[in-house]
Design a protein around this ligand. Sequence first.
Ligand SMILES: [Zn+2]
Length: 270
Amino acid sequence: MPELPEVETVARQLAPALVGRRVRRFEILDPLLRGKARVPSLAGRAIREVSRSGKRVLVEFTGRAEGGEPLWLAIHLRMTGRLLWCARSAEAVSHVRARWTFDRGALIFADTRRFGTFSWYQKREAAEPPGLDPLATGTTPRALGRLLGKSSQCLKAWLLRQDRLTGLGNIYASEILFHARLSPFRAAGSLGPEEHRRLHAAMRRVLERAIANCGTTFSDFQDARGFEGQNQRFLAVYERGGERCRRCRVPVERVVQQQRSTYYCPACQH
Ligand SMILES: [Zn+2]
C-alpha cells in the first residue's frame, strides 16, 4: 500500500506535467469507481494544482464552486492504483479505470485490484485528513509531543493511526522508530522532550529520503512514469528480520503487532 512518500512522489511528478492543461475528455471506465456520486463534467476545465493530502493525490480543477462543480478530486491509490502520465496518449496500459485526455498527452488511472477510490470535494478543507501531516512545518517536536499526550498505546500502533499523524504505514513506522532509536513497544505517551526531538527528526529524515528515492517498491508501487521506487535498497530494518543491524550488528527482530510485522533492533531501540 503506498504511504506518504509514494503518494508525494506521484504528486510531484504529475504537477509539472499537468498544471495548466485543459481537459478535453474525462472518462470513468469502471462503474465501481463511479460509485453513487455524480461524476462531474471536467471537459474544458483546467488543472490548477496537483498535491498530496495524507495518503491521497489531490487534483484541483478550475470551475465554479457556487455552480455546484466540485473543484477537488482526491485519489486514493490503495493496493495497486497507479496514476500514469502518458505524453503520447496512445500508450498501451492495462486495467485502465479512468482517463483524462488533454490536447497533448493523457493521464491514466490504472488499478489491477480495483481498490482505489475517487472522492470529489467543493472545498479543499473537506478533503483534508484529520491528522497532522508529518512533513508540515507546523508539525514540530513540541506539536508531536502534544499529540502523543499521555497515550498508553504502543508507539508502533500509534504511528499507524491516521487520526494523529497521516500518511504513515507499516514500512515507514518501523524505519522511523529505528532511526529514532525508540522501541516499538514503548507507550506513546511515555516519551520525553529529547525523544520527541529524535522521533521528529527521524520522521523527516526517513520520509524525505524515501521521496528522494521515488518511494519504496516491494510488489506493486509504480511512480507516474511507470518506474519502481528505489528506496527499498536503503531500508534499515523493514523486511530484514534475522539480518544484522546496520548500526550494531545484532540481528534485527520481527514481531507481529496488530497482525502487522514490526521490525526492530533489540539492542539499539529503547
Ligand atoms: Zn542495532
